[in-house]
Design a protein around this ligand. Sequence first.
Ligand code: TMP
Length: 235
Amino acid sequence: MEKRELLYEGKAKKIFKTDNQDILWVYYKDDATAFNNQKRGQIKNKGVINNKITNYFMNFLEKNKVSTHFIKEISDRETFVKRLEIIPLEVIVRNVVAGSFSKRYGICEGEMLKKSTIEFSYKNDELGDPFISEYSAVALELASEKEIEVVKKLSFEINDLLKGHLKIFNIKLVDFKLEFGKVKNGEIILGDEVSPDTCRFWDIKTHEKLDKDRFRNDLGNVEDAYNEILNRLKI
Ligand code: TMP
């Protein structure tokens, strides 16, 4: 496969075209941002770690009959993925109160939710990815009602699979963000990444944070936390 021009550069990844129009070349950077780019930095080796962790989870999900964009890891920081028509929604699944949910509803971090919940953000950097209801997403034609139903079903399935799997490694899956897209035949599959950048991982007993919150909130030992996830998963 040949690498062609840069298609898109995001905050954490670069996406290149290839000589096959259905396949993209992803490069994971060490750059870290938070609060819609207001806080910037680098996390040493993050690109390598997130590439490996994402591919580990994508493989795990595929084995459990969830379709993803993953094709093949090319190098420490690079992976081939299927080209998708991205649905411009960030899908957030929450099991435990944390982050913006804790602030918005005035509930302490760590409280277990009676039932897992899903929220949507409109994927738009200029607007700072604002919260959006399912109805507004349909009204703005970001996705159809049917597509949203599929996305919700897949997201809860992925939550059950990941939550159960992570428990084996004494990791609590607090919340996470997913992105979906469509392949040529219209099938909706999982895209983007599943990593400590996009998930909240806590030690099951101590609730020590092992994710990007260490960077967002200047908690220190950021690299150690990312490495800890890699090591616990034995990747
Ligand atoms: P939040 O509590 O800040 O809304 O974040 C919820 C989850 O979504 C958390 O696991 C981090 C993840 N997330 C992203 O992956 N990208 C983002 O831009 C934001 C704001 C959150």
